[in-house]
Write a protein that binds this ligand. Sequence first.
Ligand code: TMP
Length: 209
Amino acid sequence: MSVPGRFIAFEGGEGAGKSTQARLLAEALRARGLTVVVTREPGGTPGAEAIRALLLSPPGEGWPPEAEALLFAAARADHVAHLIRPALARGEWVICDRFVDSSRAYQGGAGGLGDEAITALHAFGSDGLRPDRVILLEGDEAALAGRLAARGEAADAIEGRPAEYHRAVAAAFRALAEADPQGFARIDALGAPEDVHARILAALGDLLP
Ligand code: TMP
């Protein structure tokens, strides 16, 4: 009998180290003999990557908030239909760098559209698919901003929004995690990557074969 696939999402603000931790988790799971797909949002499929480019470098004067939320939901619908659900159906583990809770925190919370609208778009677009566990990487605002600056990459259209927008994102993530302590693991993102990785493995202990 094949081991059922599991779906793990990494969430958090900019500079929290999601991509590094997604990679470290994938390596640890593969070492246990599991088949793992690492993917990201917005993106992960050719269609969703095309929408990613539209979202992060908007042509024209920038998307109205509603259009932005629809584009994220459209990218996710493609990603879920063409990559995530098929992988889970094959019994693979899917590790996703951001998923619907990013839309809930950024567009729903900080962007002011509200959780109901985002949840409704997700129900329509992706039949409401939820991760088995969300790893929320959290850390002090100044420390995370420092990490981001050290990377030296130009900010995209969303990353470049003002500090109060990103503060509202962090508060929204916190509220989502508090409302669903079973679904979210809140992880301290500060410290050495291997220490953060150990915290994440411990938080997934009940899901590991
Ligand atoms: P990334 O920097 O993690 O690749 O994500 C790209 C940007 O898109 C980041 O600023 C967060 C933002 N984002 C949303 O606003 N809503 C979403 O649903 C997702 C997946 C990302």
